[in-house]
Design a protein around this ligand. Structure first.
Ligand SMILES: [Zn+2]
Length: 266
């Protein structure tokens, strides 16, 4: 996957990812059948790599779910959930509970509540996208990885950034998408990408017009709202329920609009 595709997919959402939608539907069916039928659970012994169970196994692995050493039981380290298709005997149930307890802070989910199952599968998908971005060879990932290594540290911010795609003014939406998916290219970065020496900021004359400069350049910004933290200063992801963050992100979108207008002489 291209580096910024992880963030684009994450913010575009699971419903825009057909591989997720189809796989999740099939996986939920398989897990629910296993939870309700001993006959179906017997497939674990003989049909792990083909048929519905084989597909579910492969799909879950791609979403970051790992087999435990127990039948019909997976764990997802990024969201700290153990998922089990409801083992039938008390021995199995005790074994699953012990396996979950051995992973500190993991939550055990027994397949049975369909909405909770869907929630865990979606969270696993989101966490996997964020982990993919953190592993990408980009400056943004290198800056954020030490501080925002876990999905839970950014989950509410990702959801807010995703909402921002729609709540900003129509003419700013493409700019907000670019900013929140790490596709912002500053004047300095463009020159560097083209193998050219730096030029001063065309708007204020500052010597090194990198992203940090442009996002606070007095000639580009129309308000003086600060970036609340590193996550905002890097990807513009607003804090939930913060009117200031929303306004600041809209202002950064205006900044990008001006920088691109100059770049393409519009
Ligand atoms: Zn400037």
């Amino acid at each position: 996957m291209r580096n910024n595709a992880y963030l684009f997919r994450l913010l575009a959402g699971h419903s825009a990812d057909p591989h997720f939608r189809i796989g999740a539907t099939a996986a939920q069916q398989t897990l629910r059948m296993a939870a309700s039928s001993q006959h179906f659970r017997n497939w674990w012994q003989t049909r792990q790599s083909y048929g519905p169970l084989g597909l579910t196994n492969k799909w879950l692995a791609r979403q970051g779910w790992q087999h435990t050493n127990l039948p019909w039981t997976w764990s997802h380290p990024l969201i700290q959930v153990v998922l089990t298709a409801d083992p039938s005997t008390t021995t199995q149930q005790a074994a699953v509970a012990a396996a979950a307890a051995a992973l500190p802070n993991f939550e055990l989910h027994k397949v049975g509540d369909p909405s909770a199952l869907g929630h865990h599968l979606r969270e696993g998908w989101r966490a996997q996208r964020w982990a993919g971005f953190l592993r990408s060879n980009t400056r943004a990932a290198a800056a954020l990885a030490p501080h925002y290594g876990s999905w839970s540290s950014v989950a509410d911010r990702a959801k807010e950034a995703s909402r921002a795609w729609n709540y900003v003014r129509m003419d700013l939406q493409a700019h907000v998408r670019a900013i929140t998916t790490d596709q912002y290219i500053s004047q300095l970065r463009l020159r560097s990408n083209q193998g050219l020496p730096p030029q001063p900021c065309a708007f204020c004359g500052a010597l090194l017009p990198n992203r940090a400069h442009e996002w606070s350049c007095v000639a580009l910004r129309t308000n003086s709202l600060p970036h609340p933290d590193l996550l905002f200063a890097t990807l513009g992801w607003p804090r939930p329920n913060s009117r200031d963050d929303r306004d600041c992100l809209s202002d950064l979108a205006e900044v990008r609009k001006k920088v691109l207008a100059l770049r393409y002489n519009k």
